[in-house]
Design a protein around this ligand. Structure first.
Ligand SMILES: Cc1cc2nc3c(=O)[nH]c(=O)nc-3n(C[C@H](O)[C@H](O)[C@H](O)COP(=O)(O)O)c2cc1C
Length: 190
């Protein structure tokens, strides 16, 4: 079982990282091979829409996405964590998504290897009244379900990170750890 965590916040030790780390710790406790990729630190450019990948199934951009493609293709579970920036996921989260374009054919063929599961962590500063948790998480996981056939296994929206940083929320982190452990064991979440 390989669990890939993609951190999509520029803060390596911030809120999104705390959520993702807890998930990966749980998965590791279940014996999974885990890997946290600090995406904002990588050299990854935007998709150029050259469509070369529609012939070759490979992206022609020679950057840090190349080794990440292998990790994505190999992973059984792909967990992503992003803060909300101006009511959306971060630009890095969108860049990661856009660069997966090479897993889709010109006639909408699905080239992502099947059988993967996805986990999505979103966090933001505003209070619980905001609708990010539902709308944005639905949009985000929906892209991975529809275009890459990645079955959603877990989503979590965490509000109020200014007043209540994720790293200090021990109960929340314990719940996420438990989810990571269960999913890595192949169990369904209640
Ligand atoms: C450029 C920028 C835009 C932001 N936009 C929002 C927003 O629209 N709504 C919100 O509640 N918080 C917003 N925030 C706050 C972050 O979502 C929040 O602090 C988040 O938990 C930071 O996660 P991190 O510690 O992983 O970087 C924004 C922060 C930045 C830097």
């Amino acid at each position: 079982m390989k669990v890939l965590g993609v951190l999509l916040s520029p803060h390596r030790h911030g809120n999104s990282a705390a959520l993702l780390e807890a998930f990966l710790q749980g998965a590791a406790a279940a014996g999974a091979e885990t890997d946290l990729v600090d995406f904002p630190k990588l050299d990854v450019g935007g998709c150029r829409a050259c469509n070369a990948c529609k012939e070759t199934r490979k992206c022609i951009l020679d950057d840090d996405m190349q080794p990440l493609y292998e990790k994505v293709a190999d992973a059984d579970i792909i967990a992503q964590a992003s803060p909300v920036y101006f009511d959306q996921v971060t630009a890095q989260a969108k860049t990661f998504l856009d660069r997966l374009y090479c897993f889709i054919g010109l006639n909408q063929e699905r080239w992502m290897p099947e059988g993967k599961k996805g986990a999505y962590f979103l966090d933001w500063e505003a209070g619980p009244g905001m609708s990010y948790g539902k709308d944005l998480l639905d949009w985000w996981k929906g892209r991975f379900e529809y275009y890459f056939r990645i079955e959603t296994a877990y989503t979590l929206g965490v509000d109020s990170t200014g007043k209540n940083p994720a790293r200090q929320r021990k109960d929340l982190l314990a719940t996420i750890r438990e989810a990571g452990e269960k999913l890595a064991r192949g169990e369904a979440l209640a």
